[in-house]
Design a protein around this ligand. Structure first.
Ligand SMILES: Cc1cc2nc3c(=O)[nH]c(=O)nc-3n(C[C@H](O)[C@H](O)[C@H](O)COP(=O)(O)OP(=O)(O)OC[C@H]3O[C@@H](n4cnc5c(N)ncnc54)[C@H](O)[C@@H]3O)c2cc1C
Length: 720
């Protein structure tokens, strides 16, 4: 084992030395020449070391509030200019909108259409900038972002040249930053590539390319890169107030912030020459700390996504209708082996804990149905998780008419020098950050040592990454191939450091890497490594270091106790702390990741069965519950499966089957849960379950057994 690790360490060192331009193949010769990045300066400081810095530093040049994409981008930008930088995030990095996006890195096809139709230069520039940033992001973290082909279905002949022209313009505006060229597909070819698509009214399709990312891990990669380059970067510390004083001209200006460590309750002051408000939808709460009377600029709107099983879309092709009949955008995109579908757009309140509602989920499901062929039955029970994100739409306080919403991001400097950066989109986080830091330098007369270095800069994990890096993880460490691919994609060249922390499986193969849930490639070592990446709560871990909560709320719930045990070892949690973490994470899954609405949707279904059906199902239930306990246990299921020749059914599989019906998740299925399940199957709300099939078969077997007893061989003549 030691030899294996040595080999891997050596290999990783070689890999880390190489400057990567892998992503940009001959098809996309972008940015390869523009790799301008500072060398990694220090090992990643721990959160405790960073907290110490935050308490002891006499004065920072820049203090950034908010650790979403925008704030993390500002921190990276400021520290590459040699400014003494601090970033504080009240919850976790990406806990706000930045982990709840559609995960597209895009220039905005729709905006380009408007720019052309309305000869709108400002709109055109926005698209152009976003397309530059798209290429920049794909380059700076190729492990976390990749090009994704997206199909636009076309339903009338005249739309084909119209869409084709629009998409070709998109390629053209991207120029040398094009990801890959778009192309037209006949109806037959479109259905071959996207077999789930409804074919009856389809006339053809256009395929174009945008980028797709793991948004929370990308956000983290930006923050970690800033941390390595010298910035003080701390999560779970929030700003509770702003400090004011006088500058050298006697003008009242901001001089720092009063902050609170949300993990301990400790409060103190942090001094800074410039303060950047990068709090997304919370922008007005900070603006009001500066000036109570300031008018609000944020007009929050919630967008819900649902996650469906992977078979709703092909592995490597998304689908997007940019203009449904009522003017909305509908999409379903493959992501991390599942399918994301969305989205809604409804005015909402600003909250740290947005929740998806049943109406929003049903609305998306209904829309998805319109695009899929009848073979793919779209069922409520297929929703694996659902989450809501708040769009930080803002009006521009620099303009006299503050009623209308800004199309792009805004940068505003208040009379006391609070620099607010808000709006925009994930794709343009770097450019937005550069603009905000420029404004801070100018307003607060900072003296940077350098210009911004972030355009083309490689982020944490990108330096030694290559598309085939995962093979070394398999060969050198003895990791399962799927796990190695996942580690390489999530951590880039840091995957070697993660693999080194993996425990032995005790099996011949894989040698290391115990999975924390049988259906997902996440392993134990990621929990330990996640604590070094500043995860401090179980929610940080299941939602943002791993993406399990976003992918499958039920699986996240099942993996939770094991995850908490490992975190407790790493972070020295007491039994009480473990209980608290479990409770908070369970509530998060129930409320913010759609588990509660999933369960409620099944509970809401009335038991819609005839008297005869109820009798039948009661009989089946009693056949399985041989000991008349009043509930069915995992052992009953095991016995049932054995009856049908499934000799050794693995524990996970049994667990899976039990999960299908056990709505209160106590490991026991009672009669009312079983009837509810059968009713939901009958009404099409949930898929036909393996348990239901097993009950059916067990009943048939039972009938046969009775018949055998009744008709003896002597009487029947031995079958003759
Ligand atoms: C449904 C939806 C889909 C989207 N899809 C895409 C897409 O596909 N592509 C794309 O480019 N863009 C997309 N966007 C837009 C993109 O997600 C956002 O523009 C971006 O994430 C905003 O980042 P942010 O850092 O400004 O805000 P946030 O990510 O919300 O970060 C703000 C942070 O500030 C912190 N904070 C608040 N108050 C305090 C305080 N007092 N002290 C300390 N910290 C504080 C919060 O905890 C939060 O983490 C989408 C948005 C939504 C809602």
């Amino acid at each position: 084992m030691a030899t294996l690790r040595l080999l891997a360490a050596g290999a990783s060192a070689v890999g880390a030395g190489a400057v990567t331009t892998y992503f940009f193949t001959s098809d996309s010769p972008v940015l390869a020449e523009k790799v301008a990045h500072k060398p990694v300066k220090r090992p990643l400081p721990s959160r405790e070391e960073q907290l110490k810095n935050l308490k002891e530093q006499l004065e920072y040049d820049v203090l950034i509030i908010g650790g979403g994409a925008t704030g993390a981008g500002c921190a990276l930008d400021a520290c590459t200019r040699g400014l003494k930088t601090a970033l504080i995030e009240g919850d976790d990095f990406a806990s706000g909108t930045s982990s709840r996006s559609t995960k597209l890195i895009h220039g905005g096809v729709r905006y380009l259409q408007k720019a052309i139709m309305q000869v709108d230069v400002e709109q055109y520039k926005m698209v152009k900038e976003a397309l530059h940033e798209r290429a920049q992001m794909l380059h700076s973290a190729p492990h976390l972002a990749h090009p994704l082909p997206i199909m636009l279905p076309v339903y009338t002949w005249w739309q084909i040249p119209y869409y084709w022209f629009g998409i070709k313009m998109y390629d053209l505006v991207a120029g040398s930053k094009t990801v890959k060229s778009s192309y037209y597909l006949s109806k037959a070819n479109a259905l071959e590539l996207f077999p789930m698509l409804k074919g009856d009214k389809l006339t053809g399709a256009i395929v174009y390319y945008d980028g797709q990312q793991d948004d929370a891990r990308m956000n983290l990669a930006v923050a970690l890169t800033a941390s390595r380059l010298g910035a003080t970067v701390v999560n779970h510390v929030s700003v509770v107030n702003l400090l004011k004083g006088r500058d050298r001209d006697g003008k009242t200006v901001l001089t720092g912030a009063h902050v609170r460590d949300e993990m301990t309750g400790e409060e103190w002051d942090v001094k800074a020459k410039a303060i950047i408000n990068a709090t997304g939808p919370f922008t007005d709460s900070i603006r009001k700390m500066d000036d109570q009377a300031v008018p609000e600029i944020c007009c929050p709107s919630s967008g819900v996504h649902i996650v469906l099983p992977g078979y709703y879309s092909p592995d490597q092709m998304g689908l997007l209708d940019p203009a449904t009949s009522d003017g909305r955008v509908i999409f379903f995109l493959p992501w991390q082996k599942q399918t994301i579908a969305g989205t809604t757009d409804l005015p909402c309140q600003v909250t740290h804990n947005p929740r998806p509602t049943e109406d929003e989920i049903m609305f998306i499901l209904q829309e998805v149905k319109n695009y899929l062929n009848p073979d793919v039955e779209v069922r409520r029970g297929d929703v694996l998780s659902a989450w809501s994100g708040i769009r930080p739409l803002v009006s521009d306080p620099n303009k006299p008419n503050t009623q209308s919403l800004a199309r792009n991001h805004i940068v505003h400097v208040s009379p006391t020098n609070l620099v607010t950066i808000a709006g925009g989109k994930w794709t343009t986080y770097r450019a937005m950050a550069e603009e905000a830091v420029d404004a801070a330098i100018q307003a607060c007369r900072l003296e940077p040592l350098d210009v911004s270095q972030t355009d083309g800069m490689l982020l944490e994990g990108a330096h030694g990454w290559s598309p085939t890096m995962y093979i070394r993880l398999v060969q050198d460490f003895g990791l399962e191939c799927e796990v190695a691919q996942h580690l390489a994609k999530s951590y880039g060249d840091r995957a070697f450091a993660v693999a080194k922390m993996a425990s032995l499986t005790g099996k011949r193969w894989p040698i290391i890497g115990k999975k924390i849930h049988p259906e997902f490639p996440y392993i134990d070592a990621e929990i330990r490594y996640g604590c070094r990446e500043y995860a401090r709560t179980a929610i940080d871990m299941i939602a943002r270091r791993l993406r399990l909560a976003f992918l499958n709320v039920q699986a996240a719930n099942e993996a939770l106790p094991g995850i908490i045990d490992i975190m407790a070892e790493e972070l020295k949690w007491s039994p009480e702390e473990k209980k608290k973490q479990h409770k908070e994470a369970s509530e998060f899954l129930a409320n913010e990741m759609g588990q509660m609405v999933n369960r409620a949707s099944r509970d809401k279904i009335p038991i819609n069965l005839t008297k005869d059906e109820i009798q039948l199902y009661i009989k089946r239930f009693q056949i399985i519950d041989k000991d008349r306990k009043g509930y069915v246990s995992i052992n009953d299921i095991r016995r049932g499966l054995k009856l049908f020749g499934d000799k050794d059914v693995p524990g996970e599989e049994l667990h899976e089957i039990l999960k299908e019906i056990d709505t209160n998740m106590n490991g026991q299925v009672e009669l009312d849960e079983y009837l509810q399940m059968m009713s939901a199957i009958k009404s099409g709300h949930v898929a036909y379950s393996r348990f239901a099939r097993m009950a059916e078969m067990e009943e048939a077997q039972h009938e046969k057994d009775i018949l055998k007893k009744q008709i003896s061989v002597e009487r029947s003549g031995g079958g003759l």
